[in-house]
Design a protein around this ligand. Structure first.
Ligand code: SAH
Ligand code: MG
Length: 214
């Protein structure tokens, strides 16, 4: 049963302290995926594949998911969980660093889930932009990063770069023409961006150079 597989993965992740989508974010995550009705999905940051299987479960039956993970051991664990699921043949797991793998994409996507290194969301978004279908959804997890991104408290030194880069990501998805972004503050902050390609197609070149500046 799929439900048992999810429980097994939750336990596996908790014992090994592997981050998976937080319990209080799951309902909203699943609802957004169902509404998106996406046939082609890109996920950046697979870990053990927990969110990948949620993406598969909540999407149309013919969904194809490409998911990217740089940690070989986690990717192997993800692969073995995918095999135990009904979705194995619909998932393509790419093992390597997203900042180079994302430049080799050959498909377009109607749902993108950014959940790898928080400091790299801007870079990942810039690389994914040419591969967005005509309209769709980009979800980015952990954008409020323990309250350090918009909080009043001073940010510990070691987190300053990440907080600064997350602010840049949020600003970017609020400013790109054709993008509409809401931030859901449950969990660790989920940025929900809807796009209409028509609106930003003409601006694309400008957008790219804007991304590069970040
Ligand atoms: N999406 C998962 C959790 C991902 S945790 C879930 O909710 O179930 C973030 C993962 O991103 C980690 O496993 C980490 O190894 C991976 N990661 C971090 N930086 C990366 C990069 N540059 N390229 C690919 N994977 C990366
Ligand atoms: Mg996350």
């Amino acid at each position: 049963m799929l439900q048992n597989l999810f429980l097994e993965m939750e336990e596996f992740a908790s014992i090994r302290r592997i981050p998976i989508i937080r319990a209080n974010e799951r309902d909203v995550f699943c609802r957004l995926i169902r509404e998106a009705n996406a046939h082609r999905i890109l996920e950046v940051g697979t870990a053990i594949g927990y969110s990948t299987l949620l993406l598969a479960k909540e999407s149309p039956k013919d969904v194809h998911i490409t998911t990217v993970e740089k940690n070989k051991k986690r990717a192997e664990q993800a692969r073995s969980f995918f095999r135990k699921s009904p979705y194995d043949s619909q998932i393509r797991l790419c093992v390597g660093d997203a900042s180079s793998l994302l430049t080799t994409l050959d498909e377009s996507y109607d749902l993108v889930f950014l959940d790898a290194a928080k400091g790299q969301y801007v870079d990942h978004l810039a690389k994914v932009l040419p591969h967005l279908a005509s309209s769709g959804l980009i979800l980015a997890d952990n954008v409020l990063f323990r309250g350090y991104v918009f909080g009043n408290e001073s940010v510990p030194r070691r987190f300053r770069t990440i907080a600064k880069r997350l602010r840049k990501y949020i600003k970017l998805v609020q400013e790109i023409p054709g993008f509409e972004t809401d931030i859901i503050a449950d969990g660790d902050g989920l940025a929900v961006t809807r796009w209409e390609r028509k609106a930003f197609h003409a601006e694309e070149t400008r957008t790219f150079s804007a991304c590069r500046q970040f």
